[in-house]
Design a protein around this ligand. Structure first.
Ligand code: IMP
Ligand code: MG
Length: 172
């Protein structure tokens, strides 16, 4: 199959926005130590770029859930694949997501993490498709709002492919 990937957000635009978000997080947390929690695997490129530019002292942890199988449509069933390595009780926690779609994944994770009594819990997402939301949750910060298109690259996959594209693209 011949696949054509059209650029939606180019590398320069992405990286400029991520650096802005890093500066905004530094302003918000004012040097308070932050536990940055990446949702595997889609958030890893965003998380690395973001934290590299932050001056706030951060520690990293990862959690893994999946809901898409190999398709372009969420199955609605969330599989919990891997828990955090460390407790988050009393920590300022920032959950980092690649893209918010229906909001089901994040609301599921927020419920799990809130029960562990962090000092604070906020969500940041690189991309948001607000038109698709089924669960009313708002991220503290969003990189880009996009229309209802299936996107890949910069961590995002289609059937595990295309994560390493340095830009966000749409599959045609
Ligand atoms: P939600 O639970 O419906 O909000 O789905 C969020 C998850 O679905 C994200 O973490 C992604 O893994 C995946 N996802 C949603 N939209 C896209 C997309 O356009 N491309 C790739 N993955 C997506
Ligand atoms: Mg994801």
């Amino acid at each position: 199959m011949d696949v054509n990937i059209e650029t939606l957000i180019d590398q320069e635009t992405l990286e400029k926005r991520v650096r802005e978000m890093a500066a905004e997080l530094d302003d918000r947390y004012k040097g308070k130590p932050l536990r940055v929690v990446g949702i595997l695997k889609g958030s890893v490129y965003f998380l690395c770029e973001l934290t590299k530019y932050m001056k706030t002292p951060v520690t990293l942890d990862f959690i893994s859930v999946s809901s898409y199988g190999n398709g372009m449509e969420s199955t609605g069933v969330i599989h919990f694949n891997k828990d955090l390595d460390e407790p988050v009780t009393g920590q300022h926690v920032l959950l980092v997501e690649d893209i918010m779609d229906t909001g089901r994944t994040l609301s599921y994770l927020i419920n799990i993490l809130k029960a562990r009594k962090p000092a604070s819990l906020e969500v940041i997402t690189l991309l948001d498709k607000p038109s698709r939301r089924l669960v009313p949750i708002e991220p503290m910060m969003t990189g880009f709002q996009i229309a209802d298109r299936f996107v890949v690259g910069y961590g995002l996959d289609y059937a595990q492919q295309y994560r390493n594209l340095p830009f966000i693209g749409v599959i045609n």
